[in-house]
Design a protein around this ligand. Structure first.
Ligand SMILES: NCCC[C@H](NC(=O)CCC(=O)O)C(=O)O
Length: 447
């Protein structure tokens, strides 16, 4: 077994962070529509989490924001003239399309890609597939920059492969790592990759939600597993429970999280709980490991409280000196059932023995918790050395990014501000500076 660590790449929140209510099926996004956002605070909250986890010895990096507004999208949809004309016309004729072009949604990097570490893949390289996110207009073009960014960071072809996204059609709806979990006895050991889907395109009799969209299909998950060269005996596909999708669980990472040999999940997470656990046990058995399932019952935490608090949208981190920490948002303390449950959880003598709490309210109000904000990439020491180093979180990088945020970010953005051509100019200036800070010239294709 190779020595490997799990790197968490958090999305650096972009300067256009706003609340546009774009995600039907995501309760927080809908509830906060058109309220004023604070992009500066959002970015600082995210950076504080990255810094704190890095300071504790967890391997931490970041993924840069994307260029906004997306002028290419606006022009393709027929808005024309100078940049200022395009913004004015879009605001007049379709403010919602303008909001889509301005969304800072790439901050939720769990949706950037699915990642398979080299210990799991046939060719021994780390495989990435950028998610097409085709369910929502404001996210459907993220894959272009996500692919470009991943190829810039993980450029060495002997160690890394960044696949093109799957076809952007409903049959291959792909939301990346938000519906993907990896289990292994240790990060560097061969593991089990677990894909959870919300519907099956070519089997109309398969379970599917009635009210809200299922964003991930089985066909997409299978294609990613094929592309990454995963071993069928160590790959599990499971159906999400369609009833919880209809209660606001738009990704599996709102109701389950896994790490090491631990699955922390809600009793209602899967369409077939017993069958899913059995499949995971069998696959982990191939690696000589036992599954430890930590189940939360509906009677203890109702689904609505799990959705409101984002209990399961937590990061489950193996601590350098043993044990696991659960990284939760403040909202968990404010939800009585969840607060009570968590106290008992860490005192229970089980695998999760510590809580780490962060204020991520700016992101939470759009339905993004600690787990949404990070992409996990397990890297061996050699792979870690081969990647671009400028995005790894250090005290020095933190000290450069805080003043960068303070220089470029507004502390208030309301829907009407998206019509202000000055905001677009500020966003462009921020990214121009960021390319320099991260040592990534040409990261953005702004032509
Ligand atoms: N993994 C968390 C993703 C949250 C994201 N929210 C949003 O896009 C809300 C954007 C808005 O409504 O302005 C989503 O639903 O995909």
């Amino acid at each position: 077994m190779r020595n490997a660590r799990e790197f968490n790449f958090d999305g650096l929140v972009g300067p256009s962070h706003n609340y546009a209510g774009l995600s039907f099926g995501n309760v927080a996004s809908f509830n906060n529509v058109r309220s004023a956002s604070n992009p500066r605070q959002a970015a600082l909250q995210g950076l504080a989490k990255m810094r704190a986890l890095a300071a504790r010895g967890f391997a931490q990096g970041l993924l840069p924001p994307q260029a906004r507004p997306n002028f290419r999208l606006l022009r393709r949809l027929g808005f024309s003239g100078t940049d200022a004309d395009v913004l004015a016309q879009a605001y007049r004729e379709s403010p919602v399309i303008l909001a889509c072009a301005y969304s800072a949604s790439p901050m939720w990097t769990a949706n950037a890609a699915t990642v398979s570490p080299s210990a799991d893949t046939r060719d021994g390289r780390v495989h990435f597939t950028a998610a097409n996110l085709n369910n929502k207009l404001h996210r459907a073009e993220e894959h272009a920059q996500a692919t470009r960014t991943l190829r810039a960071l993980f450029a060495n072809p002997d160690r890394f492969v960044v696949h093109d996204p799957l076809p952007s059609t409903p049959a291959f709806g792909d939301e990346g790592a938000a519906n993907h979990t990896r289990f292994a006895s240790a990060h560097g050991a061969a593991g089990v990759e677990f894909f959870v889907y919300g519907r099956v395109e070519f089997d109309p009799s398969a379970p599917a939600p009635a009210k809200y969209p299922a964003r991930q299909t089985l066909e997409a998950s299978q294609a990613v597993a094929r592309l990454h060269g995963l071993d069928a005996a160590r790959t599990v596909f499971a159906s999400q429970n369609p009833d919880v999708i209809d209660q606001g669980v738009f990704h599996n990472d709102v109701i389950a999280v896994g790490n090491g040999n631990v699955l922390f999940y809600h009793e209602q997470a899967f369409a077939n709980e017993a069958g899913t656990l059995e499949a995971l046990r069998r696959a982990l058995g191939v690696t000589g490991t036992d599954l430890r399932a930590v189940r939360v019952d509906t009677g203890v935490v109702p689904v609505a409280d799990a959705v409101a608090s984002y209990l399961f949208n937590s990061q489950l981190l193996s601590k350098p000196d043993g044990g696991m920490a659960l990284v939760v948002p403040h909202e968990c303390r404010e939800t009585a059932t969840v607060a009570r449950y968590l106290e008992q959880l860490v005192a229970s003598g089980g695998p999760i023995d510590e809580l780490v709490e962060f204020d991520l309210r700016q992101s939470m109000r759009n339905g993004g918790g600690p787990a949404c904000l990070r992409l996990r990439v397990v890297l061996t020491d050699e792979e870690a050395t081969a990647m671009h180093q400028g995005v790894l979180m250090t005290e020095d990088l933190y000290a450069r990014l805080v003043p960068w945020v303070e220089r470029h970010y507004r502390d208030r953005v309301e829907p009407k501000d998206l019509a202000d051509p000055q905001l677009a100019i500020e966003c462009a200036a921020a990214l121009e500076d960021l390319e320099r800070i991260l040592g990534l010239p040409g990261l953005y294709d702004l032509a």
